[in-house]
Ligand binder design. Structure first.
Ligand code: ASP
Ligand code: MG
Length: 419
């Protein structure tokens, strides 16, 4: 079986949905499982709904209407006949969403977030599946929440691999075209969970692992994995082949084409990953596979924006040693701050972190009891794999460098202004 992942950009409008159909005609669709994200920027739009719900804002209704209108236009563009049952199916999902909004009693933000944003994927897969059948291709729509079981860490759920493996091996049909939702799972009580923003790649890897799939393909609006993000760097070029290790490093430091959690399950079973263009699906794109020698021959640039550079120093000039460091990391873990760079000296310790969940203020107050805390917001972290002088120069030019760290293969530079 092959697993294909289609992200939001690939299904952002009626033309995108039609393109998925045409692409499948070209590359084949028997014994395939499609993992699909919410359409376009729907997840962001649903985050606005969550915010309005908690703020008890008067804009709650209109924020829901916005999401409805967007999908309705796509439906009208795809299906001429408003009697097509897809309209009832999608309306049903919006009805469920509105029912949740008016009946929910839980004050737990993360719980409510998952119950709401998950409609993006439920709607997109419903539309795609109906469109495929409208075009004469039979699909099996599956609710991923019956397959991927997780703990109850809403917004960042941890997969229960044993249960998930059992569900998938037993119930996913082979030799058909399956369609399911990326990003979602469910906990032991049957409540919807999500795997973290951009988590649909990871969903594809979970299915591939449990199905012993032949390969995973992530269909993108770029030709494959590039040595730099073409939005920020001129002359970006395609990497034809890279190792799992290289891909993990690139993804970890922020290369947005592959979600960092995706590689590990694939690497364990040596399932190849392809990153290809949904515009030119027959081009080879990038292949990620085993092989120590698959090291890119050119420097790879990755930018992570919106980072925090935090420096801690001891108040009494005592050394920052193992004990302190383990306490600091314990707290970072507890507050879900992802660390992408560490540097320490005798009495100070600096980290570059991402505050995805808005926890830094609280954490800062705790740290301030023991350390002198200083920090700079909104810094950019540049990582250059396989760097050379020219590459470093290119990044540093015209920017204020706050910190720089060099190891054998990687140079990291923290700068103040974003490009
Ligand atoms: N729709 C979700 C998000 O935008 C998951 C994904 O796209 O992978 O984060
Ligand atoms: Mg998305």
């Amino acid at each position: 079986m092959r697993v294909f992942k289609f992200g939001g950009a690939s299904v952002k409008d009626a033309a995108g949905i039609k393109n998925v159909h045409d692409l499948l005609q070209k590359v084949g669709y028997e014994d395939v499982l499609l993992v699909v994200s919410a359409m376009g920027k729907t997840t962001n739009a649903l985050e606005t709904v969550v915010a309005a719900y908690f703020d008890k804002s008067a804009t709650l209704q209109s924020s829901v209407q916005e999401v409805k209108k967007y999908h309705n236009q796509i439906l009208l563009d795809l299906f001429e006949d408003e009697n097509n049952e897809v309209f009832t199916a999608v309306n049903g999902l919006f009805f469920d969403l509105e029912y949740f909004l008016s009946h929910n009693k839980s004050p737990n933000y993360n719980f409510v977030y998952d119950q709401i944003v998950s409609y993006g994927e439920l709607i997109s897969t419903t539309i795609l599946s109906h469109f495929m059948s409208f075009m004469g291709i039979k699909t099996t729509w599956i609710d991923v929440r019956n397959f991927i079981k997780t703990d109850s860490t809403y917004r960042d759920a941890e997969v229960d691999w044993d249960l998930t493996q059992k569900n998938i091996s037993k119930n996913v049909k082979r030799k058909v075209l399956n369609i399911t939702q990326g990003f979602l799972g469910s906990d032991e009580n049957g409540f919807t969970t999500t795997l973290g923003r951009e988590g649909s790649d990871y969903t594809a890897a979970i299915f591939a692992y449990c199905l012993n799939a032949e390969s995973v393909t992530i269909w993108k609006d770029v030709p494959g994995v590039m040595n730099a993000d073409p939005r920020y760097f001129e002359n970006a070029s395609l990497l034809n082949q890279i190792s799992y290790r290289e891909a993990i490093e690139l993804a970890f430091y922020g290369a947005s084409v592959i979600h960092p959690k995706t590689l590990q399950p694939l690497q364990k079973k040596e399932i190849p990953l392809f990153v290809k263009s949904f515009i030119n699906p027959l081009l080879p794109g990038t292949s990620v596979s085993k092989g120590e020698d698959l090291v890119p021959q050119l420097p790879c640039f990755i930018v992570k924006k919106n980072q925090l550079l935090v420096s801690l120093s001891s108040i009494d000039f005592s050394f920052i040693m193992e004990e302190n460091i383990s306490e600091i990391f314990g707290l970072l873990h507890q507050y879900k701050m992802k660390v992408s760079l560490i540097q320490n000296s005798a009495i100070s310790f600096s980290i570059c972190v991402e505050d995805k969940f808005g926890n830094f203020n609280e954490l800062k107050n705790i740290l301030a009891k023991k350390f002198k805390v200083s920090y700079t917001e909104n810094v950019s972290l540049y990582t250059i794999r396989h760097f050379d002088e020219k590459a470093a120069q290119m990044v540093e030019d015209g920017k204020e460098v706050l910190l720089k760290q060099v190891s054998r293969e990687t140079m990291q530079i923290v700068t103040k202004e974003a490009i």
